[in-house]
Design a binder for this molecule. Structure first.
Ligand code: KIV
Ligand code: ZN
Length: 399
């Protein structure tokens, strides 16, 4: 088998698969704003929408194709002539165009959704890819529900798509059913068995129904995928898609393990996540990796002490490396004297060890009552202590 490229391409589908999920629809100006952020982030391919789905989608793709330079602009199409024509028209002004054709390969989808035989599906796949090749610089083919497809038939369909001219083969786990080792194996099998595999780029596309989308995407990279399809904050159908920021961070922090490069600007991750959250009006869970509000927050005293001594004790990447605000030592009932002292110094109070002890005791009382301790609580606490000291100092000496 020929040597794999060292670079993994990031294919962002926030504006297509991401937008397909409840509460995530975006207007055309919002999609454009998001597309600018994604281009600045360094995504290699930007799936701008599903042109046949609506006039709004078509117009948004056209606007993105007109303005955005850098990433390849991709438009999704079912394996149908009218879809492919519409996708082609939506890309008219793009600098670099990709049409992404998909057709189910699992028996379940063929029988119950498409009511097609396997033979008909193969003919349709070949005809559609041949049509798309006439309109775009590159054609991606996805056998939908690839992971649950009969492996021999999947290989046949991938072979037919390659022969017809597809240069990117995406093998989705459409329903988030696979485990990392199985999904990796599928890439290894198909690459080994299908003639022409060494001439195309294999791509991973995972859904998070069992919470394994990112692990599966990374496993696919180990199995030879060199394109990863993902979305910002992991938004997408049902439980979502692979989160771009998590895949990128894993490749960056564990470069020793994965040994591949990519074009993502890591320090843009936080900003793009915030941009999406602002646009769709909801953000990631606070404990979400990389971009959650607590991703770099430390509350327990032991952790805070470690962080103050050396951040490597409890952080595997710096907040700055992903563009997040500096690490936040959150003061709460689990915090210790070190963190309290550090925060008070930041606020301009340098207390003697005795005063710090008094302040710490007052702090633990407040922390027992309140979930969040704000800077103002600390200022009140110190001011109260100072007033108290002044009163003692002013008291007339006892006779
Ligand atoms: O999940 C899926 O199979 C898809 C295809 C259109 C690639 O989104
Ligand atoms: Zn999908």
């Amino acid at each position: 088998m020929s040597k794999l490229p060292d670079t993994v391409h990031f294919f962002d589908t926030t504006l297509r698969d991401g937008e397909q999920s409840p509460g995530c629809s975006m207007t055309q100006p919002e999609k454009l704003e998001m597309a600018r952020g994604l281009a600045d982030l360094g995504v290699d391919i930007l799936e701008a929408g599903f042109a046949i789905a609506s006039d709004g989608d078509f117009e948004a793709i056209t606007a993105i194709a007109r303005e955005i330079r850098g990433p390849v602009i991709c438009s999704l199409a079912r394996a149908k002539a009218e879809d492919i024509e519409r996708a082609a028209r939506s890309l008219e002004y793009a600098e670099r165009k990709r049409i992404h054709v998909f057709l189910a390969s699992s028996d379940l989808h063929l029988q119950y959704k498409l009511k097609m035989t396997r033979e008909q599906a193969l003919e349709r796949a070949a005809a559609s890819v041949k049509q798309a090749v006439q309109y775009a610089d590159e054609v991606e083919f996805s056998p939908e529900d690839a992971f649950r497809s009969d492996r021999d038939f999947l290989c046949t369909m991938v072979g037919v798509a390659i022969e017809a001219g597809a240069t990117i083969i995406n093998m989705p786990d459409t329903v988030g059913y696979g485990t990392p080792s199985e999904y990796r194996q599928m890439f290894e099998d198909v690459r080994a068995r299908v003639p022409g595999s060494d001439k195309v780029i294999f791509s991973t596309h995972c859904h998070d129904d069992l919470g394994m989308a990112v692990a599966n995407s990374l496993a696919a990279i180990e199995g030879g995928a060199r394109q990863v399809e993902c979305t910002i904050n992991g938004i997408g159908e049902r439980a979502g898609n692979s989160a771009l920021e998590e895949v990128a961070a894993a490749l960056y922090v564990r470069a020793d393990h994965y040994g591949v490069t990519n074009n993502i600007k890591m320090d843009h991750l936080w900003g793009v996540s915030q941009l999406l959250s602002k646009i769709i009006s909801f953000g990631p869970a606070p404990n979400k990796a990389i971009v959650g509000a607590n991703a770099f927050a430390h509350e327990s005293g032991i952790h805070q002490h470690g962080m103050l001594s050396n951040p490597l004790t409890y952080e595997i990447m710096t907040p700055a490396s992903v563009g997040a605000p500096v690490n936040r030592l959150v003061l709460g009932k689990h915090s210790g004297r070190h963190a309290l002292r550090a925060r008070l110094i930041e606020l301009g109070y340098k207390l003697s060890p005795e005063d710090l002890e008094v302040a710490y005791r007052a702090f633990t009382e407040v922390a027992d009552r309140k979930k969040n301790i704000y800077d103002q609580d600390l200022i009140n606490l110190v001011a109260h202590h100072e007033r108290h000291q002044d009163l003692i100092a002013e008291e007339p000496a006892a006779h």
